[in-house]
Design a protein around this ligand. Structure first.
Ligand code: KG4
Ligand code: ZN
Length: 343
């Protein structure tokens, strides 16, 4: 089974061809960092226009690289939300047009399901259920992944997503855009013990995450002029990781722990985050799984793979399926104040 995956929910335009036997025949990605950099963040209108310009040629280049024609793929999987709606519509409409022209089924993929299932693309031994910490620019959630389309949200953020906190910290410290990798690099040259920063909700009985107070403390630490950028970055990263680990540990104490602890989403690209969760998994006698770094940040291979999993389960969508700016993986989970809306 061959699936063409398309991704356009934020600032990466991407296409990939993946198979049910976990081969990635081609994957292409066109970032838009230079276009957004002057604004210090992703500008939705600029993103949507860039997706329009890039997606068509990118699909052609992806088919070319795989040595395939559209006639050879079994279905087209496109991100249908959540995310910046202009970009999502570009990818979904392109997917619909290709599906219609080639007479192939369409699979409307939830971007978060792409992240959530991506570890299974690279790890054939990762079975359901698993505990997933999904950490990206718009989300910070603990999910019990019971199967394709079967997610129970155990916790989410009550204010900022952790990736957003990394991005804002980078902005405050003048490290530029995109922020996560810049903070990680700056942190490597700093001392994480030096700047006293809060760990919101640490040890709390409440299940959720919070990062807004940490961000404000970073502003104060920077304004005080007492600390170096490296020390603030390192101390911020350590505080954020303490929060992630503490909240995950709390969740694990309240469930029958599954066999594997899994990280996914852009922040899972952070080496210190990965190391901390590897330790937590070891302490809980759980397997630790995180996709390779390139598969953590937005890409189309994960959308193609979610397409593989959904197609194998007989799940396809009509050509009039709607793009969704918001699309929770667990619709039964209670809304909490301020949870992020970005993909
Ligand atoms: O999954 P993703 O590529 O896009 C969304 O769906 O949001 O995640 C992007 C987020 C950004 O906030 C970015 O700063 C963060 O992931 N990120 C990182 C690292 N690489 C990307 N955060 C910390 N350390 C990194 N190395
Ligand atoms: Zn993402």
């Amino acid at each position: 089974m061959l699936i063409l995956g398309l991704e356009s929910s934020c600032d990466e335009t991407a296409a990939a061809i993946v198979s049910d036997d976990r081969r990635i025949f081609a994957h292409r990605l066109a970032g838009q960092e230079a276009a957004h950099r002057p604004y210090g963040g992703v500008v939705p209108e600029i993103a949507a226009r860039a997706h329009v310009e890039m997606l068509g040629p990118l699909v052609a280049a992806t088919l070319d690289e795989a040595g395939m024609t559209l006639a050879q793929v079994d279905a087209i999987a496109a991100t249908a939300g959540p995310g910046l709606i202009g970009g999502v519509m570009v990818g979904l409409v392109t997917g619909k047009a290709l599906a219609h022209a080639a007479g192939k089924p369409l699979i409307a993929v939830n971007h978060l399901e792409g992240h959530a299932l991506s570890p299974r693309l690279v790890d054939p031994d990762l079975g359901f259920p698993y505990l997933l910490l999904l950490v990206s620019g718009g989300h910070c959630q603990l999910l019990l992944v019971a199967g394709v389309g079967r997610y129970r949200r155990l916790a989410t953020t009550i204010d900022d997503a952790v990736g957003e906190a990394f991005d804002k910290t980078a902005k405050i410290l003048g490290l530029g855009f995109p922020g996560g990798p810049a903070v990680e690099r700056a942190a490597a040259a700093g001392d994480a013990m030096r700047v006293p920063l809060p760990r919101p909700l640490l040890g709390s009985d409440e299940p959720h995450f919070s990062f807004a107070g940490l961000k404000s403390a970073v502003v104060r630490a920077h304004d005080s002029g007492r600390w170096t950028v490296g020390d603030i970055a390192a101390s911020f990263q350590a505080a954020a990781i303490d929060c992630l680990v503490d909240r995950t540990d709390r969740a694990l104490r309240r469930i029958d722990p599954p066999a594997a602890l899994v990280l996914a989403g852009g922040v899972a690209a952070n080496r210190a985050v990965r190391l901390a969760f590897e330790r937590l998994a070891a302490a809980q006698a759980m397997r630790f799984v995180a996709p390779p770094v390139w598969l953590c940040t937005d890409n189309a291979a994960m959308i193609g793979w979610a397409g593989v999993e959904r197609f194998a389960a007989g799940l396809t969508d009509p050509l009039d399926v709607a793009a969704r700016p918001r699309w929770p993986l667990d619709p039964s989970a209670e809304a909490v104040r301020g949870a992020g809306v970005k993909a």
